[in-house]
Design a protein around this ligand. Structure first.
Ligand code: ZN
Length: 404
């Protein structure tokens, strides 16, 4: 005989199973849910009723399965039941993206700004203002904010939501989640924070080039270069959550000094600044908005020698790092995202050539180089997805129970 506390915990767990099943697989009848999840029919019925009361599922017409038997009433996700708020602080922009339970984008905004060396308080004020206006819109639409997750470009202690170190922003020990919570007050749920490359990998796995892959590395070129490592379907973070600092892998031991204090990091050879400088792009508009990247891509498409050469060179350094990563991790693919995506056609040949020479057994298992379809919004998409995922896993949080 289970104790009442135990029964509540089991029921709460099962609420997440049923909601997650409908979120992932689409509208279906209670009987189908029972069949597919292995839960018994009366349990599913009662769980669905609770999820409808919580405003997370809704009834929708009937489903006819086969020719015999009564058609079952189909339940679907209530799009307006809840939404996840994704925020992103990057070196050259701030971004917000709000996604509802049905995957619809409720709100998105991007502010371009050079945030390097700006005081964290000022940047967080701006981010909080963007978050507040998104939350106000949600409230006006009658949609509950399930969670807020901030993507940050550096080492993040995800448990406390603290940005420990972001060399490109020149930030150190900034308690982002707490500072944002203070600014938002009662306007929204307590924010969490995570590394942008990890969140980009989450988005890539759910809705991008990583769908269907169990092990891949998402290499995201922002101003810096980060990686989200997905192994057996889960983001690998390392012992302290600091894994994936791909841009700071040494590719050239005697190379130029890096913002991190080391030298010859991949970022100093294939980072955005290095690349644009090598291609002779004017310094004045190196940030923001991807404009110089688009221009560099068109120059290379047109056969401009300096552009082609700079990209081939960056591809060579990138290939050295990818080759080492392939030897260590044996992923199915590397997904090139951020600014690397629009330049992939010009970077990949040199990178692949380098990898063929460096990956052990390259003839048998070369990882694919794939281009991300998500564009610069991958991290904020992942942030919104993660903010929502907590509710999908544990819809009982809305019922006000503390998690056992
Ligand atoms: Zn470095």
């Amino acid at each position: 005989m289970q104790s009442p506390a135990n029964q509540r915990a089991v029921r709460r767990h099962n609420l997440g199973i049923v909601l997650g099943h409908v979120v992932r697989h689409g509208p279906r009848s209670r009987a189908t849910i029972a069949q597919e999840t292995g839960l018994n029919k009366s349990t599913v019925s009662s769980l669905v009723t609770e999820l409808i009361e919580l405003g997370l599922l809704a009834e929708r017409g009937t489903e006819r399965t086969g020719s015999v038997g009564r058609p079952g009433l189909v339940v679907e996700v209530a799009a307006g039941g809840a939404a996840g708020v994704g925020l992103e602080v990057n070196v050259d922009y701030l971004s917000v993206r709000v996604v509802d339970l049905a995957g619809g984008v409720r709100h998105r905004a991007l502010q371009a700004a050079d945030l390097r060396g700006r005081p964290p308080e000022e940047t967080l004020d701006r981010l909080a203002a963007m978050a507040r206006s998104a939350l106000e819109r949600l409230e006006a639409e009658g949609v509950r904010a399930a969670g807020i997750t901030v993507a940050l470009p550096g080492l993040v202690d995800a448990a406390s939501g603290t940005l420990l170190l972001a060399p490109n922003l020149h930030w150190e020990d900034v308690p982002v989640a707490t500072a944002l919570a203070e600014r938002l007050g009662d306007a929204g749920p307590p924010p969490t924070a995570d590394n942008e490359a990890n969140l980009a990998a989450v988005a890539e796995a759910r809705e991008g080039a990583g769908r269907g892959l169990s092990s891949f590395v998402h290499v995201s070129g922002e101003v810096g270069i980060g990686a989200g490592v997905v192994i057996d379907g889960a983001v690998f973070r390392g012992a302290h959550g600091f894994g994936g600092e791909f841009g700071h892998m040494t590719v050239d031991p005697d190379g130029p000094p890096c913002a991190c204090g080391s030298r010859g990091c991949l970022e100093t050879r294939a980072g955005l600044e290095a690349l644009l400088a090598a291609a002779g792009e004017p310094e004045v508009d190196r940030v923001p908005s991807g404009e110089p990247v688009t221009r560099l891509a068109s120059r290379a498409d047109a056969g401009d020698a300096a552009a082609v050469e700079a990209l081939r060179d960056a591809g060579h350094w990138l290939g050295i790092a990818l080759g080492s990563a392939a030897n260590l991790l044996d992923p199915q693919a590397f997904v090139l995202g951020g600014f690397l995506a629009p330049l992939a056609a010009h970077l990949a040949p040199a990178a692949e050539e380098e990898m063929r020479g460096r990956v052990l057994g390259a003839g048998r298992r070369m990882p694919d180089l794939i281009t991300s379809p998500l564009g610069p919004e991958a991290a904020v998409r992942g942030a919104a997805a993660l903010a929502l995922a907590r509710l999908v896993d544990d819809p009982g949080m809305l019922a006000g129970d503390a998690r056992d």
